[in-house]
Design a protein around this ligand. Sequence first.
Ligand code: BG6
Length: 483
Amino acid sequence: MTTFVLFGGTGDLARRKIIPALYSAFVNDRLDASFRFIGAAREGLQSEDYRQRVADAIAQFGGKVSGGTPEKLAAFLAVTYYQKVDARIPEDFEGLRAQIPVSEANPTLFYLATAPNIFIPVVEQLHAHGLTAGNARVVVEKPLGRDGQSAQAINQALRQYLHEKQIYRIDHYLGKEMVQNLLALRFANSFLEPLWNRKWIQDVHISISEQVGVESRGDFYDQTGAMRDMIQNHLLQLVSIVAMEPPVNADPDSIRDEKVKALRALHKFTPEEVSKKTVRGQYRAGAVDGKAVPGYQTEPGVPTASRTETFVAIRAEIDNWRWAGVPFYLRTGKRMATRSAEITINFKPIPYAIFGNGQGPMRSNRLVISLQPEESVKLFMKAKEPGEGIRLSEVALDLDFAEVSTSRRVESYERLLLDAMHGDLTLFVRDDELMAAWNWVDPILQAWQNDSEGLKSYIAGSWGPAAASYLLAQHGAAWGEEY
Ligand code: BG6
C-alpha cells in the first residue's frame, strides 16, 4: 500500500497543483491499487469536509486532467482522508501514525507543501513517531531557506533524521517536458555537441516571463522576491542543464554530479559586478493583455513601501573551458508582457557575408527551446527565398511537440510525484546543487541589501525596466522581443 501524506493539504499549492496532479495520476491508473491520500493541516476538519475541498480543487484547477469522470472522482475521494496535524503538537502525529503501515513493503511519501520553517519540526516529529523508518520519503518544496546559511541548517536538520536518498527537493521546472527534452537533445544527438561551446555560441538567454502578479501570496512573496522565488532554483537549474558536461550515464547521481559542477563554475560577483551585471525591478500599475492591474505595492499583503524585487535580469558567466566569455543572460519577472519560458542559444555570426545586399540585416543562427506556453524546439537559419537572384530570409526548422506526438501530456507535478513514489531522484535537487546555487546568489542578495537605490520600477505589462535592455545593449546584444 502506498500512502501519500500532504502537509499543507489545505494550502494554495495543494489546491492548485498537487491535488490535481495526484488526481490525474489516479485517473490514468498510474497509482498502485491500494493507494491512499491523507491531507494534513492545522485546521480541525473531518475527512468528509476535506473530500469536499479536494473535489472543489479538482473542479477549479484540474481542467487539464484528461479522462476524469464522476465515477473516477468518487473513487479518488474514497481513498482520500484528512488528519489534523499541528507541527508543534506531538500528539497530533500519533493520530497520523495510527493511519500509516510502516514497512519496507509499504512506501509512504510525506510531501511538505508548507513554509520552510515548519520542515524541521515536522521531520523531527515524523522521526520521533517512527514514521521515517521503512520505505519513507520526504518531498520538500522550495524555497529551501533564505540564504546559504539557512539552507544549510535545513539540510543538516533533514539529514539528522533522513538519508539523502529519502530527501526529494522538488523544483517543478525539472519536471517540465521540455527540460527533459533538453537532456535528450543534448545527449542523444551528435550534431549539437561540437557546437555547444564558447567557440560557436555567442550567448545564452534564459527568460521566464509571467503575466500573473503575486495573486493571493503577497505576504509570502514580499519576504521572498524574484531572486529567491525563481532565479535561485528554476533558472539556475536550467543553466545547469544547458551548461553541464555529458554525464557518464543517466543515473540520478551521474547527472547531478555534472549539474553541480556547472553551478560551482558560475562566476561569483563582487559588489561592483553586482551593480554592473544585475538589474532588479518592481512593477507599477499598468495593463496586462489590455486589462488594468494594480502596482505591486498595492497588492494585498504587500507593505506600501516594499523594496522587494518582482523582476530580475542578470549577465551571468561560467568560468570553465567550455563557457569562459559566453554571457548567460537570465531574466524573470511578474506582470510582464507575455507568459513564456524560453532558452535561446545564439550562435556566432558567420565570419564573412558573401551575399552582399541579399544578406539583409538578420540575426545569426539560434536554437530556441520553448518550455511554455508551447513546447517546441526551433532552429532558426537562413535560406534563399524562392525566385530570381539570391535573397535570404530567416526560416525555422520547427519541432512542435504537440504536433509530433499525441502521447498524453504529463504535468510537471504529476511526473515528479510519480518519480518520488517510484524512488527516482533524477529530477530532484541534491543538497550540493542547492548549496552551489545559494553560494552564487548570496553575494548578489547581500549587495542589493546595501544598495537601496538599485531597485528600478517598470510598468505592469511591459518587458521590465529599461536598464534590463541596456544590460545587453552595452554588449551589442538584445532580448528576443527587441529584434
Ligand atoms: C513557482 C513560483 O515556483 O513558479 C511562482 O513560486 C511562479 O511565483 C511559478 O509563478 C511559475 O511556474 P510556471 O510553471 O507557471 O512557470
